[in-house]
Design a protein around this ligand. Structure first.
Ligand code: PLP
Length: 383
């Protein structure tokens, strides 16, 4: 028996997405760039998938390119903004971004670019005044995530994008954890570039997308072919793009489950069940807007990894809030940036739910967790 509560890592693929993909892995194998009808028809299917993502985020299909993953979309977006002007060599981002932005920014620093990392408060929120003060004449891009993958905090993207524009910078948003969980309407925000990934919304792994607002100049990161209207070279991962499109169509119908429906109700039930039954536990990002599927919770005096191992023995899949840095387990960069006290941060677990999570799953976790924590605290040198 598997109880899968690690949906921010990846999700189970929708059967309907797989069904739509299968012909493109078997009999419909032509290259979409070929002149013959066999290939040309496949191009039409790719365009249908593009339209499905466009419908989910309310933009034009031509504003979307498909990429190899969310990480590529993030890298490509930032690189493009930097390539537009030789004089603009400054980036503003936050210190709770996914490594796809954070590590890329650090690499850029080594190449001579300047990066400002915005601090976050105890709930993981950036400060808009700090953002305002950090933008300079040579700032090429501000890159802030929509939803943090570890704690689920939702950043004030719309306001941040407005500020970036007021001060002459482009705005990129990593919305990999926002897609399908929050309503996204590109007509209602000022974002220039936005990154997505299929495998977080019950689509296949190895395909992502980048939204590029009409009129925003874009320089391709991967060059060589004319695919994606010259904006992303390489023969398309056709089947995965088709699966991504179907997953988008299904996601559009299911957003309410995450904003105030079943998924959020189950997350809230889990949160209450754990807080009510376990002492010295705290919910991270509790006082900020949070994604409806994510619960990051810290237990004083114990190690998240030990909790994970005992959960694993019961078939429960979750994540810890640690990162392996030079062989030792440290609280993640996100928990450190939020200034979560060490005694709690080490004992952090992330449960992330999906539309496939059931009441039974959550009841089982609520039943088992108090015993696990008690057992570990008994042998903890800190408690
Ligand atoms: N950005 C965020 C916020 C993520 O959570 C992830 C994946 O965990 C990524 C980017 C990277 O996406 P991908 O796995 O498609 O490269």
């Amino acid at each position: 028996m598997i109880i899968y509560l690690d949906n921010n890592a990846t999700t189970k693929m929708d059967q309907e997405a797989l069904d739509e993909m299968m012909p493109f892995l078997t009999e419909r194998y032509a290259n979409p760039s070929s002149i013959h009808t066999f290939g040309g028809n496949i191009k039409n299917d790719i365009e249908k998938a593009r339209q499905r993502l466009a419908d989910l985020i309310n933009c034009l299909a031509e504003e979307i390119i498909f990429t190899g993953c969310g990480t590529e979309s993030d890298n490509a977006a930032i690189m493009s903004c930097l390539s537009l002007s030789e004089d603009k060599r400054h980036i503003v981002t936050s210190n709770i971004e996914h490594p796809a932005v954070l590590e890329f920014s650090k690499r850029l620093e080594k190449r001579g670019y300047d990066v400002t990392y915005l601090k976050v408060d105890n709930n993981g929120l950036i400060n808009l005044d700090e953002l305002k003060n950090s933008i300079r004449k040579d700032t090429a891009v501000v890159s802030i995530m929509m939803v943090n993958n570890e704690v689920g905090v939702v950043e004030p993207i719309k306001d941040a994008a407005k500020i970036a524009h007021n001060y002459g910078a482009l705005f990129h948003c990593d919305a990999v954890q926002g897609l399908g969980k929050l309503p996204i309407d590109m007509h209602k925000n000022n974002v220039d570039l936005m990154s997505f990934s299929a495998h977080k919304i019950h689509g296949p792994k190895g395909v992502g997308a980048l939204y590029i607002r009409k009129g925003v100049k874009f320089t391709s990161f991967i060059t060589g072919g004319h695919q994606e209207r010259g904006r992303r070279a390489g023969t398309e991962n056709v089947a995965s793009i088709i699966g991504f499109g179907k997953a988008c169509e299904l996601s559009k119908k299911n957003i309410d489950l995450y904003t105030n429906g079943k998924v959020k109700q189950l997350r809230d039930k889990l949160e209450k069940g754990l807080i009510d039954n376990i002492s010295d536990a705290q919910v991270n990002a509790k006082d900020a807007p949070r994604s409806g599927n994510t619960l990051s919770i810290s237990f004083k005096f114990i190690e998240g990894e030990s909790i994970l191992l005992l959960l694993d023995e019961l078939g429960i899949c979750a994540s810890s809030g640690s990162a392996c840095t030079s062989g030792s387990l440290e609280p993640s960069h996100v928990l450190k940036a939020m200034d979560i006290s060490h005694l709690y941060a080490h004992g952090t677990i992330r449960f992330s739910l999906s539309k496939y999570t059931t009441d039974k799953d959550i009841d089982f976790v609520i039943e088992k967790m108090p015993g696990i924590i008690e057992r570990l605290r008994k042998i903890s040198p800190f408690s």
